[in-house]
Design a protein around this ligand. Structure first.
Ligand SMILES: [Zn+2]
Length: 460
């Protein structure tokens, strides 16, 4: 048995007891005060892990309860070369738990509780990995900094605070996503559009709940004179949506059901909004402005298309294909607004996307009222950091490692030289953000060994 594994074996109880203490604090974002930027609970978890690290003999700092650092440097004057980034805040428990959500349960080789995988478990593993290196007297020539943030789930204001205040090491990895290594994350843009609509034909339209998902529900209230043509469309339609139509006095309600999916993988969903618009567009609407508006939206965002082709923004490279979802819509009192979530590959930029969209809508009455975007994130797969992490993954799992590109953003998005490394294994669902979030106990310890070896290889 190698020395790291042996050390971890002898420290299992301490690891479990720290994890248990962290899980028992419901560190969901709370109300900000002068002392606690994200509420009291996230700060409480930070103080627990920092005091453990301090007892282990590390140099610790708490930065205004935004985040804390744990440093292990070969000599006190040196700067850390590697940062490992974890977060201690969690999402709310939600419904449907079999086990207590804010108490660690160990059963049949599994650990259950909110945060065991995302991301308190990895935080404990990383701390004990560094402790193993220290206690076993492993010689490092480069310094290591662990960063424990407390706002990952709500916009990562912790990292923004870090970048305002101190220097980030040139190599950073976060065990807050998946193995093997994620080196490329698409850019993301959220756009709001608006237009005028007459409300004598279309009384209201409403669809979608959040901007980052394919909408599963949409409803329109329309003038009852369109009842027959709406019914005819529904009978002839075969587009994956399920429609129901009902008369209410001199109006008609049309409810459309699709299937939700994350906006980064829209091909897995069925968009209820574009399905509804397709129906509305088929009704020979008498008001010309409204008829043209509906046909423009349907032309630019056709039902079933997720790559932005009709918008003129489709593109693809080694980081994947652009995805575009019309995820929210609202129309009433003469105004229609809709929102989209777009994930774009690294060969595109926010400006280029915005310019192309503006060009596509230039001959319509649609206005782009708001654009907010993040550029793609990329660290070379040939970087020393990515290659070293992949080699450790291969040694530990026996599986060929490769760099991955994803449509979502991880904790290192925008941090130069950053990649994600662990802890979910590909193809496995650990129910993070859901009920009965878990991690197999063996993986909790294996992750610790993996991190110790990774830190040693990168910093020796
Ligand atoms: Zn996380």
């Amino acid at each position: 048995m190698d020395s790291y594994r042996n050390f971890i074996k002898n420290n299992e109880n301490q690891m479990l007891s720290l994890l248990s203490e962290l899980i028992s604090i419901p560190s969901v974002m709370g109300e900000a005060t002068d002392t606690f930027p994200f509420g009291e609970k996230p700060a409480q978890t930070l103080s627990v892990i920092l005091s453990t690290a301090s007892q282990m003999g590390f140099t610790v700092t708490n930065r205004d309860n935004y985040y804390g650092t744990v440093d292990y440097l070969p000599d006190a004057s040196s700067e850390p070369s590697l940062a490992v980034l974890c977060h201690l805040d969690v999402v709310p428990e939600g419904k449907g738990w079999t086990y207590p959500s804010f108490s660690l349960t160990e059963k049949d080789g599994m650990l259950y509780g909110r945060g065991v995988t995302d991301d308190k478990g990895p935080a404990v593993s990383v701390l004990f990995a560094l402790y193993a290196i220290k206690k076993l007297g492993v010689k490092l020539s480069k310094g290591v900094r662990l960063i424990f943030g407390t706002n990952e789930e709500n916009g990562s204001a912790d990292i923004k605070h870090y970048l305002r205040n101190e220097k980030m090491p040139s190599m950073v990895f976060t065990p807050d996503a998946s193995y093997p290594v994620i080196n490329c994350e698409k850019g993301m843009a959220r756009m709001n559009f608006s237009a005028k609509i007459s409300n004598c034909d279309i009384i209201s339209i409403h669809g979608g709940q959040v901007i980052n998902a394919v909408p599963s529900d949409a409803e329109a209230i329309i003038n009852s004179k369109y009842y027959d043509s709406a019914k005819a469309f529904i009978e002839g339609s075969n587009n994956g949506c399920v429609y129901s139509i009902s008369e209410r006095g001199d109006t008609v309600s049309i409810i459309t059901k699709g299937e939700s999916a994350h906006a980064s993988t829209p091909e897995n969903g069925i968009n209820a909004i574009t399905g509804l618009l397709q129906l509305l567009c088929s009704l020979d609407i008498s008001d010309n402005t409204t008829a043209k508006l509906l046909s423009d939206i349907v032309r630019l965002y056709p039902h079933g298309e997720t790559n932005g082709n009709s918008l003129g923004v489709a593109c693809e490279d080694e980081s994947g294909a652009l995805t575009c979802v019309l995820s929210l819509i609202d129309a009433k009192h003469g105004k229609l607004t809709f929102s989209t979530d777009t994930r774009f590959p690294r060969s595109m930029s926010c400006d280029e996307l915005k310019n192309k969209i503006n060009e596509s809508i230039s001959k319509t009455d649609i206005t782009l009222s708001d654009f907010s975007g993040t550029e793609p994130h990329y660290t070379s797969p040939d970087s020393f950091l990515a290659k070293t992490l992949l080699s450790v993954y291969e040694e530990e799992t026996g599986i060929k490692g490769e760099c991955l590109s994803i449509g979502g953003g991880t904790y290192v998005h925008g941090i130069s030289g950053g990649v994600a490394f662990g802890v979910e294994h590909p193809g496995k669902d650990y129910r993070i953000h859901g009920a009965d979030e878990f991690v197999p106990s063996s993986e909790f310890y294996d992750n610790t060994v993996m991190f110790a070896k990774a830190i040693e290889k990168i910093c020796r």
